[in-house]
Structure formats: structure tokens, C-alpha cells
Design a protein around this ligand. Structure first.
Ligand code: GLC
Length: 507
């Protein structure tokens, strides 16, 4: 069977998130940058991904690691220049890698010229100003309102340095269309949309009892947001080359998520239900069934720069379980219909770094909560590229990286794992190479096969994937041969915390 030409590239793509600050530092200031990412593109090519997503590299005071943008059309000197960006895109494209950039439309930085003007009392209608605050809380903890010296209050659902835009103002709408055009004209293949369910707030800004992502929340997911994505979709479709957008959409239900991926809106949305599911075959099966029933193009993700790395999330009292489960979950994820998003370092099996000293922590979540919440620095520790040196090859020698790396990163570095068939990195490379071959031939549709309750067993045409979430070995279905496994498969039995891809037996 040949692949249909009308299947868009992103439908089955594996996208790798580069958290730019922590990927590779070429300039030698301890912070990752675009030139560093460019130098390391071959790692991604060898890994076998289809696209990269670059987290924000725009001009920013870094109140939230760059998710506070002061100029949406320029590169912060910390990360390089527009010329570095163009060179990175050109090299990525030459290697056959697509490039997605992060767009942050819910809020700007307080250093954005519009907010600077608003502080002076000019053009305040581009933001959300009130004489009195309501009871909304910042996602990072503390009140969502800050008072200016003239007594007025502005809304920030995140840090005080991230004032929320007023999307009811047409000027904001027009500005973002223009920003999207700016990057599309520079050749990006698409966008990751930050806080995509934010943007609009209910008229009147009513007080809330609960600020979670409920369907009827006045804070998140207002119906007006869909009009924006319809406009963005028209713009994307007006460019050649299947430009796309993936939304960072946190919702309570998959039905709410599906609203963002209607045929004339975003092509994709992150499926956080998969990431949030506990280690349980029943829970995984439910998410898979609901996802495939509700969204036209599925996506899967296990880790990103905002959550605890999945090796650590899956850890139990039994050391090593977390890594085994992480590899098994990856194999299941890569066999599912749709596209998969990987987060830098997961191919090395990096754990969450738990023991970052308080004085080294930089996440506004830690700072705003006065240390009550650990924040997200633990999943953002700079990548180890080689076993030795001052920063395991992240920065040039003699430079201290912006977050301290634990000594355990030496053995986990790219160079340490390369060529070792038992390493996590070589496992990822094999899995991605095998998937690349498979997706060309297997159908999108998934079929459940009879299995033990604690196991997930499904087929897509000739491929069978089995994942054992239980505590006892499970018997595998009849098969021709084993394509790939996270561990030993002997006597037709799959051990707990392992997964396997099988070639289905033709009856
Ligand atoms: C998104 C980003 C996160 C950031 C927040 C505010 O959730 O992924 O890192 O802090 O938006 O922009």
C-alpha cells in the first residue's frame, strides 16, 4: 500500500520540542541559543524526528523564560539574531526537518511598547485594566491583578510581567495576524500556540469559585476564541506547504478539546489527557478511545517544559521502573494513530532534577509561590551532550550553565549513549526508524485485540503493539516476529512495565 498524497505531513509527524534556553549554548553565556540549536540539528536528524518546535526566542526580559514577549518580530540577543534564526531554518529544511515556532498571544511582556504606553495611560484598551480587581488567581499563584502607581489594576493570568491582552480589541487581532505573517514569510512551517484556550475572558470578568479548566469557566475557553483560529486557519491555508498550528489547550474534557480542531480551526491540539493518565491500561485505553472518537487528528505527548518528566512521574519504590515504563509508554505512543510530540532529553531518559538549590531556581512559579511550589526548573536543566567538562558539552568549556546539572547527567549524555545498543537513546533511534517505515504502510485506524485487563493490545494492519501495565507477565497474541521491544520477550510473554511491537500473524 502506498501512502496517499493527500495526507498532510503533520498527521503522523514526530515533533521534537527544543526548549531553546536549555538545548545548546553556542555563544558561551550559559544559556542555550539558536546557533547552538543549529549546531545540534544533526542529533535530531539521527534521532529520526520530522519537525522541531522552538520555544520562544523573541526579545524578552525573561520574567517567564521568554514566554513574556517584548517584541514578537525579533530575536532576543540572549538567543542570537534574526540571521541566526534564518540560518537555523535553512539548515533544518536542508536536513528535511520542519520548523514550528511558539506564538504567545494571551499576554505580552510588561516591556512590550504597548504595555509601556498603557502604563502611561495610553492605549489601555489593548490590555485588561479595571478600577477594582476580581478574585481571579494567577496560574503561577497569588492574585491575577497588579496595581499601577495611578491606582488602576491590570490582569495577568501568569506573572505580573505578563499582562493579558484584550482580544476584544480589533487592534490586537490585526497585530497577531501580522505577526503570524512575519514568521510565515520567513519560512516557518507552523506554530505552537501558547495558552490557546486563553485570549478571551467572559464579559464582566465575574468572580469564580474554581479556576480550573471547566467548560463553563469565565477565565478559559470562551467561544469567541474560535473566531480567531478560523482567521488564523485561513491565513495558514493561504500559504503553500501545509503550514499548520498546534494549540496548547488545557481542557477538562476531550469534547472541549475537539472544539479547537474543527476542520476550519487548528490542525492539532496537544492531548494532555494522555500525559495526565496514570500508569494503568484501563486509563490509557479510555484516553485512546475518547481521543480517537472525538478528534479528527490525534496527537500524543508525554513530557514538555511545564510538567514533571515522565521517567520520574512513572517511578515507583522499585528503582528503574520509571525508565522502563517511560520506554514502554513511548513505544505505545509511537504506535498510536496521529502525531507524537517529544521533549528534549526524553530520548536520553533524563529524569526530573529534584535537588536544584532554591537560590538557583528561576521559574516564576517557584518565585511567586515563595518556594511553596517547586516550579518547572527540574525539567529544564540543560542537556548533557558529552560525559565530561564543565557543563557536559552544553556550553563551551569554562562556562557555568544557567541551571546546575547533576553529576548523573554524565552517563546520560548523548555521546555516552551513542553506540550502546542497551541505551535509551539507541532505543529511541530504533523506535523512530521503525515507525518511519511503518507509518508509510499501516492504516490510521486502530483495532483492539483481546487482552489481559492490565495490558493494552492493539493492531494497525500488520502492526501489533502490546503494553503491560500490570504486575504479572502477559501472554502475547500470535505473531510472526518481534519488531521491537523495550526488553526481553521470551516464551511469548511480555514482562510488566514493558512494551513490544509485533508483526501480526497472517491467518
Ligand atoms: C504555557 C507555557 C508555559 C508558560 C505559560 C505562560 O503554558 O508552556 O511555559 O509559562 O504558557 O506563557
Amino acid at each position: 500500500m502506498t501512502r496517499h498524497m493527500d495526507i498532510p505531513w503533520w498527521r503522523d509527524a514526530v515533533v521534537y520540542e527544543i526548549y531553546v534556553r536549555s538545548f545548546a549554548d553556542a555563544s558561551g553565556d550559559g544559556v542555550g541559543d539558536l546557533a547552538g540549536a543549529r549546531e545540534r540539528l544533526t542529533h535530531l536528524k539521527e534521532l529520526g524526528v520530522d519537525a522541531v518546535w522552538l520555544t520562544p526566542f523573541y526579545t524578552s526580559p525573561m520574567a517567564d523564560g521568554g514566554y513574556d514577549v517584548a517584541d514578537y518580530r525579533d530575536v532576543d540577543p540572549l538567543f542570537g539574531s534574526l540571521a541566526d534564526f534564518d540560518a537555523l531554518v535553512a539548515d533544518a529544511h536542508a536536513l528535511g526537518l520542519r520548523v514550528l515556532v511558539d506564538i504567545v498571544p494571551n499576554h505580552s511582556s510588561e516591556a512590550h511598547p504597548w504595555f509601556q504606553a498603557a502604563r502611561r495611560g495610553e492605549g489601555r484598551d489593548r490590555y485588561i485594566f479595571r478600577d477594582r480587581p476580581n478574585n481571579w488567581q494567577s496560574t503561577f499563584s497569588g492574585p491575577a491583578w497588579t496595581r499601577l502607581p495611578d491606582g488602576s489594576w491590570y490582569l495577568h493570568l501568569f506573572a505580573p510581567g505578563q499582562p493579558d491582552f484584550n482580544w476584544r480589541n480589533p487592534e490586537v487581532r490585526a497585530e497577531f495576524l501580522d505577526i503570524l505573517r512575519f514568521w510565515l514569510d520567513r519560512g516557518v512551517d507552523g506554530f505552537r500556540i501558547d495558552v490557546a484556550m486563553g485570549l478571551f475572558k467572559a464579559e464582566g470578568l465575574p468572580d469564580v469559585e474554581d479556576q480550573s479548566f471547566m467548560s463553563d469557566s469565565p477565565v478559559w475557553g470562551q467561544p469567541e476564541v474560535h473566531g480567531v483560529y478560523r482567521e488564523w486557519r485561513e491565513l495558514l491555508d493561504s500559504y503553500p506547504g501545509e503550514r499548520m498550528a498546534v494549540g496548547e489547550v488545557w481542557t477538562d474534557t476531550l469534547e472541549d478539546l475537539a472544539l479547537y480542531v474543527r476542520p476550519d480551526e487548528l490542525q492539532q491540539s496537544f492531548n494532555f489527557a494522555w500525559l495526565q493518565a496514570p500508569w494503568s491500561a484501563t486509563a490509557f485505553r479510555k484516553v485512546i478511545d475518547e481521543t480517537l472518537a472525538t478528534v479528527p487528528f490525534a496527537t500524543w505527548v508525554l513530557s514538555n517544559h511545564d510538567v514533571v518528566r515522565h521517567v520520574t512521574r512513572y517511578e515507583t519504590a522499585d528503582p528503574g521502573t520509571g525508565l522502563s515504563r517511560a520506554k514502554a509508554a513511548l513505544l505505545a505512543m509511537l504506535a498510536l494513530p496521529g502525531s507524537a510530540y517529544l521533549y528534549q532529553g526524553e530520548e536520553l531518559g533524563l529524569p526530573q532534577v529534584q535537588d536544584i538549590p532554591p537560590e538557583a531556581r528561576q521559574d516564576p512559579v517557584f518565585i511567586q509561590s515563595e518556594g511553596k511550589l517547586p516550579g518547572r526548573d527540574g525539567c529544564r536543566v540543560p542537556m548533557p551532550w558529552s560525559p565530561g567538562g564543565d557543563s557536559f558539552g552544553f556550553s563551551p568549556e569554562g562556562v557555568t550553565p544557567w541551571l546546575p546539572q547533576p553529576g548523573s547527567f554524565a552517563a546520560l549524555s548523548v555521546a555516552s549513549q551513542t553506540g550502546d545498543p542497551g541505551s535509551t537513546l539507541e532505543f529511541y533511534r530504533r523506535a523512530l526508524a521503525c515507525r518511519r517505515e511503518l507509518v508509510r504502510t499501516i492504516p490510521y485506524e486502530l483495532e483492539w485485540l483481546a487482552s489481559d485487563e492490565d495490558a493494552l493490545v492493539f493492531a494497525r494492519g500488520p502492526l501489533v503493539c502490546a503494553l503491560n501495565c500490570g504486575t504479572r507477565p502477559v501472554r502475547l497474541p500470535p505473531h510472526e516476529n518481534v519488531l521491537l521491544a523495550t526488553g526481553p520477550v521470551e516464551g511469548g510473554l511480555l514482562p510488566p512495565d514493558h512494551a513490544v511491537w509485533l508483526q501480526r500473524q497472517v491467518s
